[in-house]
Design a protein around this ligand. Structure first.
Ligand SMILES: [Mn+2]
Length: 326
């Protein structure tokens, strides 16, 4: 049996879409929302099964990964999230790259020799890599209008992955995947399926809510937002994090959303012009992520002022050289 395991955001889904368009075999898809990272523990595989894993941290799936390998399951792993120590096993094929200017869909695109590059672009736009995606799209000969449509699609799929539960989102990522994988070209998908437009409408409504909230703190280097817990804030926090980073690319950004328990879920974006240090910063509060974008799953509410003090005093944009590789 084949298992495809991926994050439910645009990058994860578009990586698997490319793989299955190239190799259209029966496979069981295991995915979730953006926050569902520990997906390998859900895999019930046996010796001889094959597993494709895309866009979920190997670090956070290490124990079940080693268990599956020792069972005799073959694993092909595409990802761009940092891992401390890469396991070596004859059944493990790793396609990992931790550079800040790549993502899982682009790694898949490289592996497949650009066969389904449109979907790679959708994944890259969804992961906020508009610069890299634009360059590739221009090289492919796509018009400005086509690029914008792919960008909106990536952002819409990404938006749909945010929520506390699947009740918050418009369409479950596994159902969205079935629609995506029916089209070799995302522009044909857009022309035939209304779901992308429906997502846009809901996203715009949520963003209007978000734009009504003033920053909690703002200076020449950082902006910090504190949001209430609500369906719109649960859905739009990811999209807004990317939008606010793009709107003020010299600023580091933090978005703290109240959880139903009264604590905070935090997403951090390093300055887009120097996308370094986000993961290191978040680790100080028990979080993790990538150099440009990271988060903290649980920040106790009494840590708010500590967080603000640490965030504003962090040397965003002028970090020591050893951190720059993070
Ligand atoms: Mn990704």
């Amino acid at each position: 049996m084949n298992f495809d395991v991926c994050n439910g955001d645009a990058d994860g889904l578009c990586a698997v879409v490319q793989w299955r368009l190239n190799d259209p075999q029966e496979a069981r898809l295991i995915t979730g929302l953006k926050r569902d990272i520990e997906l390998l523990e859900r895999v019930q595989a046996v010796r001889g099964d094959t597993l494709l894993v895309c866009d979920i941290s190997m670090q956070r799936n290490l124990q079940p990964l080693l268990r599956l390998l020792s069972l005799g399951v073959s694993v092909r792993y595409f990802d761009h999230h940092q891992v401390d120590e890469l396991p070596v096993h004859p059944l493990l094929a790793s396609h990992l790259d931790f550079a800040g200017n790549t993502c899982t869909s682009l790694l898949m695109n490289q592996h497949l020799g650009g066969k389904f590059q449109g979907w790679a672009l959708v994944g890259a736009y969804g992961d906020n890599l508009a610069g890299v995606a634009d360059d590739l799209a221009v090289a492919m000969g796509l018009s400005l209008d086509e690029r914008q449509r792919l960008k909106s699609l990536g952002e819409a799929i990404n938006y749909n992955a945010y929520g506390d539960t699947t009740r918050d989102v418009f369409i479950r990522p596994e159902h969205l995947y079935e629609k995506l994988v029916s089209y070799a070209d995302p522009l044909h998908f857009l022309a035939s399926e209304p779901v992308a437009q429906e997502l846009q409408v809901l996203k715009t409504k949520d963003l209007n809510h978000a734009q009504a909230v003033a920053p909690y703190f703002e200076d020449a280097h950082v902006r910090i937002f504190v949001w209430p817990d609500a369906p719109w804030s649960r859905r739009v926090s990811g999209s807004y994090s990317n939008a606010m980073a793009a709107a003020q690319p010299r600023h580091a950004h933090a978005l703290l959303r109240r959880t139903p328990a009264g604590d905070f879920l935090v997403s951090v974006r390093a300055p887009l012009f120097f996308p370094v240090g986000a993961a290191d910063f978040c680790r100080r509060f028990g979080g993790d992520g990538r150099s440009g974008a990271a988060g903290i799953d649980h920040l106790p509410s009494d840590q708010l002022l500590n967080f603000v003090a640490a965030f504003t005093s962090c040397a965003w944009g002028s970090l020591p050289a050893e951190v720059r590789h993070g």
